[in-house]
Design a protein around this ligand. Structure first.
Ligand code: FNR
Length: 387
């Protein structure tokens, strides 16, 4: 009998857990985080592109997909484990790449990578992390870490970062294709806030030999010039699938494409050698008015789907959301903004607590709907409401 959700619930009801001072609902984590963060960092986390309608639509979409619960099945022995690229994880959750975590909490990526390590979840380190590839690897040598690469303008810098990740023991490369430039983010524009301009989130560049070759002076002597150079190279509007093909050839690690919203791009990713795709619209931060990520997943996985690992993000807030995406064919689920709220409130401990809440909620959701394991979830349990 494995009952993570019931055990967790009981600890909370009886106040016998050491974390009973922490919020329970996502809304409480969010409002506590809002109190702690200044307008700039808050707007950077919370903001999205243009009218922010894609971000809202990501969340609204979940209420159009309904669960058909089934009863009188024995659900006394449950687990929510998944296997990705030959490795087994205790839950379907993955820590999404979120850049510049120094603006959220003083422990920055040490907090989120530490939480992922203690929870046995894959951790995706952003290109624009505040802590370098090697530092995270050194601190958490045994946990599963993936490196997220923004396709930039300098091939040597990109290749160098991929090789650094490989050498440091990362297990996969995630190429984010929806950010060849920054979206129109009104909250950040209003606050005139771009953390990179203050030298935040550029640790991987300041430690990269190929990037340093581009500078006339050492960053210690002229940080402004280093920041300007970073802004020149870190993204690349002329990047195409042929560029992706090269990245694919630089490494033997599994390579995933993050930021897929259409069946055409999902097929392209597979044909250019991707081992996985992450259906995502970057939490609505790039294209205002884009299709919700859940509906994109539904389209992509219909009629047999595509022949690679399919991960999902953008809009996951509750256990039921995860269950719906898994039933529609996702093999794993990335968590983004919610862990930032928990991190702002209580660093690594906050993330661990929030992720355990989510795991408990998913466990109860699955059990109450009649399922013991993620492999049992299928499209059959989903009803899509007509508009
Ligand atoms: C992101 N995301 C992101 N993605 C990526 O590939 N590299 C990155 O550096 C970042 N940075 C980043 C910063 C912040 C503040 C946010 C909110 C998001 C996107 C992230 O990985 C994920 O796709 C979204 O967060 C999913 O949307 P929700 O569920 O958080 O709304």
């Amino acid at each position: 009998m494995t009952q993570f959700g019931i055990d967790f619930q009981l600890k909370v009801y009886t106040k016998t857990d050491s974390d009973s001072d922490m919020p329970i609902s996502l809304e409480s984590w969010r409002s506590e985080a809002r109190k702690l963060l200044k307008d700039g960092p808050w707007g950077y986390i919370e903001g999205a592109a243009g009218s922010e309608d894609t971000m809202r639509e990501n969340i609204r979409a979940f209420s159009r997909y309904r669960i058909r619960p089934r009863y009188l099945h024995d659900v006394d022995d449950r687990n929510q484990s998944i296997t990705l690229f030959g490795k087994k994880y205790d839950s379907p959750f993955i820590i999404a790449p979120i850049g510049v975590q120094s603006i959220i909490h003083k422990d920055a990526e040490y907090a989120s990578a530490g939480a992922a390590a203690s929870l046995n979840m894959p951790y995706i380190l952003s290109t624009v992390s505040s802590v370098s590839i090697e530092e995270i690897a050194k601190t958490y040598p045994d946990s599963d870490k993936w490196f997220q690469l923004y396709p930039g303008r300098d091939e040597n810098v990109m290749k160098s970062m991929v090789k650094r990740a490989e050498r440091s023991g990362y297990n996969a490369i995630v190429v984010t294709v929806d950010t060849t430039m920054l979206g129109w983010r009104e909250q950040d524009l209003k606050n005139a806030y771009l953390p990179f301009l203050q030298g935040e989130g550029i640790a991987n560049f300041l430690t990269d030999p190929e990037f340093l070759k581009r500078l006339d002076e050492r960053p210690e002597d002229n940080m402004n010039a280093a920041i300007e150079e970073f802004l020149m190279v870190y993204v690349n509007p002329s990047f195409t699938w042929n560029g992706f093909k090269k990245i694919r050839q630089w490494t033997r690690l599994p390579v995933l494409v993050k930021g897929i919203s259409s069946i055409e791009d999902a097929n392209a990713a597979v044909s250019y050698g991707a081992d996985g795709v992450i259906i995502s619209n970057h939490g609505g931060r790039q294209v205002d008015g884009a299709i919700s990520s859940l509906e994109a997943l539904d389209e992509i996985t219909q009629n047999g789907g595509i022949n690679c690992t399919v991960l999902f993000d953008s809009g996951i807030r509750h256990g039921s959301d995860a269950m719906k995406a898994l039933a529609l064919g996702a093999d794993g689920i990335l968590i983004g903004r919610p862990y930032c709220y928990a991190m702002a409130v209580a660093g690594q401990r906050g993330i661990e607590r929030y992720m355990n809440e989510l795991k408990a909620e998913l466990d109860l959701q699955m059990a109450l709907s009649g399922f013991n394991s993620i492999t049992e979830l299928s499209r059959r349990m989903i009803y899509k409401k007509p508009y």
